[in-house]
Ligand binder design. Structure first.
Ligand SMILES: [Zn+2]
Length: 564
């Protein structure tokens, strides 16, 4: 495996590409021999793969070191032209959909492909490129605003650094960290409100230009929600309200008991007074995790070792790095890449296993993909499928982390794993419903945005984290939720994916057979097709959610630390 930094990068010339693609396309349209036709399809596909790989490579280098001017310029260039590159291939998709060889083609292209291009062509057009550019600029404004350094204990600090103190065992320190951040958001209320309001306006314009009623409808196509819609998602949110919120109330009671408090405040963002601590961190953690992965599966272990040793995993904390974690997949090299910024707390273990779930899924798929011509449109499974593998890997790995913690902390880690998954569900639904409302309100005024949030906080019983500071009382909690600004409507996918993740985990006791089997074809099916094919729990179904909730509640109770 070549070292990550040694991958050759080049900026791709748009004018040359368009000439080349149009020429190949012309040959394709006029081709009457199937094997020649197939060769042309492969050639166009490999041009696409090259574009994707270069784009991703620049993006990853930029995420890993935002002070690197070369890749900063490259990604700015890409952001201004990627939409144009994407729409360049629309006539190619049209040709494939209407191909005289369509029946034969279906043996070489995964079945989901044609459905995906139908969805893709509804959301891609040259007509929206100037609006998309404006959207990107607003997203950049949001990112820059979040990079503001704030004074904390006499030093200029980032939001990411300060939020590290949210899990501090000292209540006053936690309060100080929360207050610093809330004060900051409150001071920038107008700016955060304005950016979101403008984003909603522009996104709805994009949707209208493409023939949708609003961005909510557009989001179903953008996120390839094939076979289900907002009707189903609403059902899902109701299921969470009915079956998960009662468990969350119980969890709050346990938390009060554990922390010995009469009332929980917005700064009580810990469960145990001493949160679990891993024995090691940083690069040592990565090296020790090699043993954990080796415990589980040989292929998984080889992949992890290779990725660590050749810098395809870059998680160690540094300045000038992004504040989130992500797995990318290089479409030419066929290798997953993990980028993130360790926080030096117990969540680093979780982050690594999560991203490794994504990476191992892609690894399994890369083997299967050799049997097909796989378009970059199928580079990742749709999100509610993709996250099944990351969450199931977090859960599968739980049993193999005793080397990372001391005994008590290990038990706490396992408890927190289930606790966090369950505890997040109502909040995820809140974010989703918030977006559905603000994007579908035709006469939305800027002041409606925070009002909507406040109302939903009550509905989902999240007053604890959303009141007590003026920023929270005025509905400004969501400023920190980057998905709302950067990836609208992609948040509910986490919640939808949990149910598949639980079933992969349940069936992975001995080995990773199910993980590998489903993972290798995860991009080839839509969400509903996949869960039907592999008999996985359907989150839109009331009974299923009820059953899964009961099991998880038991799991949580069994992992609860008994105190004397
Ligand atoms: Zn993920």
């Amino acid at each position: 495996m070549i070292k990550f930094n040694e991958i050759k990068y080049e900026r791709i010339n748009y004018d040359k590409t368009i000439m080349l693609v149009n020429n190949l396309l012309e040959q394709l349209v006029n081709c009457n021999d199937f094997s020649e036709y197939l060769e042309l399809v492969k050639r166009i596909n490999s041009i696409q793969n090259h574009i994707e790989e270069m784009y991703d490579y620049a993006d990853i280098r930029n995420m890993r070191d935002e002070s690197d001017i070369f890749f900063k310029n490259e990604i700015e260039h890409w952001n201004s032209i990627k939409v144009k590159f994407d729409s360049l291939f629309l006539p190619f998709y049209t040709e494939l959909s209407n191909s005289k060889f369509k029946e034969k083609l279906e043996k070489y292209l995964p079945s989901n492909f044609f459905k995906i291009i139908e969805y893709q062509s509804k959301t891609t057009s040259d007509d929206i490129s100037s609006l998309a550019k404006q959207e990107n600029e607003l997203k950049m404004d949001y990112r820059n605003l979040n990079k503001t350094k704030i004074e904390f204990e006499g030093e200029e600090r980032t939001i990411g650094y300060i939020s590290g103190f949210f899990s501090n065992k000292d209540r006053d320190t936690r309060k100080k960290a929360h207050d610093t951040i809330n004060d900051f958001y409150y001071g920038k209320q107008n700016e955060y409100d304005n950016i979101l309001f403008e984003l909603i306006t522009i996104r709805n314009q994009i949707a209208k230009k493409l023939g949708f009623n609003n961005y909510v409808e557009y989001s179903l196509y953008k996120l390839k929600r094939i076979g289900y819609d907002y009707e189903d998602i609403r059902k899902f949110r109701t299921n969470i309200t009915n079956y998960i919120i009662p468990i969350c109330k119980l969890m709050s009671d346990w938390q009060k008991e554990e922390l010995n408090l009469d009332e929980l405040k917005y700064y009580d963002t810990i469960f145990f007074s001493e949160m679990p601590q891993s024995k090691i961190s940083g690069i040592e953690l990565l090296n020790e995790l090699k043993n954990s992965f080796k415990d589980v599966d040989n292929q998984l272990s080889i992949l992890f070792n290779n990725m660590v040793d050749n810098d395809y995993i870059d998680l160690v904390q540094r300045e000038n790095k992004v504040n989130f974690s992500i797995t990318n997949y290089l479409t030419e090299s066929c290798i997953p890449v993990i980028t993130g910024n360790y926080k030096n707390n117990y969540l680093d273990v979780q982050t690594t296993t999560h991203e490794m779930g994504h990476s191992f899924q892609k690894y399994c798929a890369s083997i299967k993909d050799k049997e097909y011509i796989v378009s970059p449109l199928l580079k990742y499974p749709t999100m509610e499928i993709a996250e099944m593998f990351s969450y199931s890997m977090e859960l599968i790995m739980m049993k193999h982390l005793e080397n990372i913690f001391n005994e008590e902390d290990y038990k706490k880690y396992c408890f927190m794993k289930i606790y966090n998954l369950l505890g997040n569900l109502p909040y995820i639904c809140l974010v989703d419903e918030f977006q559905e409302i603000i994007y579908s309100n035709k006469n939305l005024k800027i002041e409606d945005i925070r009002k909507t949030w406040i109302e939903l906080v009550k509905k989902y019983h999240l007053e604890k984290s959303n009141s007590g500071h003026i920023n929270l009382d005025e509905g400004g909690y969501f400023y920190r939720q980057s998905h709302i600004y950067l990836d609208p409507f992609y948040y509910i996918d986490y919640a939808l994916s949990y149910f598949g993740a639980f079933s992969i985990w349940n069936e992975s006791d001995k080995d990773l057979v199910i993980f590998k089997e489903v993972g290798s074809v995860a991009s080839y099916y839509s969400f509903k097709e996949l869960i039907n094919k592999y008999n996985m729990p359907n989150p839109f179904d009331k009974k299923t959610v009820e059953e899964v909730s009961t099991k998880l509640k038991k799991e949580l109770e069994s992992k609860r630390l008994v105190r004397r």
